[in-house]
Design a protein around this ligand. Structure first.
Ligand code: AMP
Ligand code: FES
Ligand code: ZN
Ligand code: ZN
Length: 319
């Protein structure tokens, strides 16, 4: 039987990449300490800043909100109701769990209801759009990004926090490296600085494996939605995660090393935007003529163009 490295009690978890076994109490303590270290290490945010945590009702985002709350950060939640049923009442159940979590802790949860705001849920928006060949994930990603930015900006939050874990980040990095998508690679990281009109974005769980965030949520008694989004099946990211898990099986720590060494190389300047040679890169941003959010091209932003394309009624435009 594995024992807790700190107190010798039976371990509830053993992390091969750290050669570390811990009992329940010490695991919960370790998880919180490690998160705080990551927040400091990558200069994510301070205690006097206002955080908006995007919560999906899943283990990662509820775990990060719980940790930030325990650490005494000012963190409110944002749930985006996407109108996805998938035969399992996916959106309704995840909303119920996000609300329950907030209520139990007396925390503020903002809710954006996509079908309520725009007249259509994600499946219908995707069906009517040309984006993503009828697959909802691309439309869904665009809508979520837009709404997260809108809410963070309109309500004056400094930082938008998401629950991305190491497995998520490694799968994205692996996909980008397979295609050498340098534009994405140079921008990938645990924290994205604020830009005019956009809040800073931070991912405090980037150094935890998925099984570790799941263990934290379970051991803390957090009720979360186990089901993946019904549209996630067959997604490329899931395939990459499976491949990487096979690698990890043979070589414990491979995923962590792949990511951490990438970040180190980035810090050392190996991944630099070549345009920086001529001075700091100034991306020219325009204001979307419909919603006011920053956009790279003049005219309407991608979200508003989607809404026009599908004939949705945008009621949530910014004045
Ligand atoms: P995903 O893109 O589903 O892997 O989710 C990544 C992160 O986005 C999660 O950890 C959450 O922080 C956030 N997120 C996903 N879905 C929602 C949602 N419906 N409402 C608010 N935040 C979400
Ligand atoms: Fe958006 Fe699945 S969560 S398509
Ligand atoms: Zn212990
Ligand atoms: Zn717009």
């Amino acid at each position: 039987m594995r024992r807790c490295k700190k107190c010798g009690a039976p371990a509830v978890i053993y992390m091969r990449q750290h050669r570390l076994g811990l009992c329940k109490a010490h695991y919960l303590e370790w998880f919180v300490e490690q998160t705080e270290r990551t927040i400091r290490r990558y200069r994510m945010f301070r205690r006097d800043e206002k955080l908006l945590v995007a919560v999906s009702g899943g283990k990662d985002s509820l775990a990060v909100w719980d940790v930030l709350w325990r650490l005494g950060y000012q963190a409110d939640g944002l749930y985006i109701a996407l109108g996805i049923d998938g035969g399992i009442g996916y959106s309704a159940e995840s909303q119920r769990l996000a609300e329950k979590f907030a209520q139990e802790r007396g925390l503020t949860l903002h809710i954006v209801d996509i079908p309520g705001e725009y007249g259509l849920g994600i499946p219908e928006l995707a069906r009517r759009s040309r984006r993503g060949k009828g697959k909802p994930c691309s439309v869904c990603g665009l809508v979520k990004r837009h709404e997260m930015n809108r809410m963070a900006h309109d309500m004056g939050y400094d930082v938008l926090v998401t629950g991305h874990n190491l497995d998520d980040e490694v799968a994205v990095l692996f996909g980008n490296v397979l295609q050498w998508q340098m534009g994405y690679i140079v921008r990938q990281g645990p924290v994205l600085p604020e830009e005019p009109g956009f809040a800073r974005k931070a991912k405090p769980l980037v150094r935890f494996y998925e099984r570790e965030t799941a263990a934290y949520a379970l051991l803390r008694g957090i009720e979360y939605i186990y089901d993946e989004c019904p549209f996630a099946q067959g997604a490329k990211s899931i395939y990459y995660k499976e491949l990487l898990n096979r690698l990890e099986e043979e070589r414990p720590g491979a995923k962590l090393q792949f990511y951490v060494n990438f970040l180190k190389a980035k810090e050392e300047g190996w991944f630099r935007d070549p345009r920086e040679a001529a001075g700091p890169v100034q991306v020219v941003l325009h204001r979307c003529e419909s919603c006011g959010q920053p956009t790279t091209a003049p005219g309407k932003c991608a979200f508003c163009r989607l809404m026009d394309q599908v004939g949705a009624q945008a009621q949530a435009s910014r004045t």
